[in-house]
Design a protein. Structure first.
Length: 387
């Protein structure tokens, strides 16, 4: 597989993950999902201009593209887990794939699999199948009727993978209670990958393509929080709770109208007041949700306080902020500036680092900021290089 083909396939997977996450949250008719779906279709079309097909295969926990196993990375690991959660072992994309077929794939991947029911069906140009590890090279295709031509199940495939956090969040958007169970598994997966990689922040290169108000931002903040905590020697349950807290820190924004979150013009005083309510609304929702670590409630409430307490919500002058809240402020600030937002382009990483140095002791915790900048200092080039 040439370097150019590899890049095109990686772009396709990144676009697909982003579209799937947003479809799970907002539904397929949302304008942001429509935009992301168009990006997926454009990636696929470009990828198939010079070849008749592309085949992706999941073998145990490994992704194989065009017969070559891929190196472990955050976004490929997440993609593999989503496929396994739907009991999909192979995806074959054929030249001539249509936008409607891509939309159907995004819709299917955004749905959680229940009771072993396959939610995604093969189409004329997207062939889905299951891999039989006992007989090398054999697979069974899931037909358009929903019945497999030769239904060969992996003996050790779990009936249902832990739901991705974007699927869990969908219940909140639909005014249901948050189901916390799968988020713990997501964070554990991140920690396992980081330990295998040895350099946690290398995973950020796989998470570059993000709008702040998509789930990728929460994932990025989780990655950055875990990297900070591991550099400080934090392990065990506290490390997991710090990751979970990062995943949930912005949950209050799900109660903010989308048109305010994505507004390109300056916010009115009334709109900014609505934005400022999201820490309290998020903390209240988490407090009422069974199984959520208390640390996540505190972090959701405090993550905009600033180091000198000049942020929001208003608190007493002797308020003692949690360590995780300080970490989240740093991670949140860094990722918000390094990703494209509705009203500005991403900022260069060196410029962000300089800003953070100037904010130590006012907006950001001095010691934790120095720790964070030490972590990324040797990885700026890797993170800032084209994904």
């Amino acid at each position: 597989m040439s370097e150019n083909n590899s890049q095109l396939i990686n772009d396709f997977i990144r676009h697909l993950l982003s579209a799937t996450a947003n479809a799970a949250l907002y539904g397929t008719a949302h304008p942001q999902v429509t935009r992301l779906s168009s990006q997926v279709f454009a990636s696929v079309s470009e990828m198939l201009q010079s070849r008749p097909d592309v085949k992706l295969m999941v073998v145990e926990n490994e992704l194989v593209i065009d017969g070559r196993p891929q190196e472990i990375s955050m976004f490929l690991n997440r993609f593999t887990q989503i496929l396994r959660s739907h009991a999909i072992g192979t995806i074959k994309l054929l030249a001539g794939v249509t936008k409607s077929e891509i939309d159907a794939l995004i819709y299917g991947l955004g749905k959680q699999q229940f009771d072993g029911v396959q939610a995604i069906l093969s189409s004329d140009h997207i062939r889905l199948g299951k891999v039989d590890l006992c007989i090398s090279g054999m697979s069974s295709e899931i037909g358009s009727s929903g019945s497999p031509k030769s239904r060969i199940m992996l003996p050790d495939m779990p009936r249902e993978e832990s739901a991705r956090f974007m699927e869990i969040y969908e219940t909140v958007k639909n005014k249901h209670k948050l189901q916390i169970n799968g988020i713990f598994d997501v964070v554990s997966d991140f920690i396992d990958v980081f330990r295998q990689e040895g350099k946690p922040l290398l995973a950020m290169a796989a998470l570059k393509e993000a709008d702040e108000y998509t789930f990728t931002h929460s994932t990025n903040v989780c990655v950055l929080n875990l990297a900070q905590a591991m550099a400080l020697g934090i392990e065990g349950q506290l490390l997991n709770d710090i990751g979970v807290s990062a995943m949930l820190h912005d949950i209050g924004k799900l109660f903010i109208p989308e048109e305010i979150l994505t507004k390109t013009d300056k916010l009115t005083a009334e709109e900014f007041d609505i934005i400022r309510q999201h820490p309290v609304r998020g903390a209240r929702h988490l407090l009422e949700t069974s199984g959520v670590p208390r640390l996540a409630v505190i972090t959701a409430y405090e993550h905009h306080l600033k180091f000198n307490l000049s942020g929001y919500p208003a608190v007493s002058s002797n308020w003692q902020q949690n360590l995780c809240s300080h970490m989240t402020m740093i991670s949140d600030f860094f990722d918000a500036l390094r990703t494209r937002r509705s009203y500005r382009e991403p900022m260069p990483l060196q410029e962000i680092s300089g800003m953070m140095l100037g904010m130590m002791g006012t907006d950001l915790h001095p010691a934790l900021t120095r720790n964070f900048l030490r972590i990324i200092s040797g990885l700026l080039e890797a993170i800032d290089s084209p994904a």
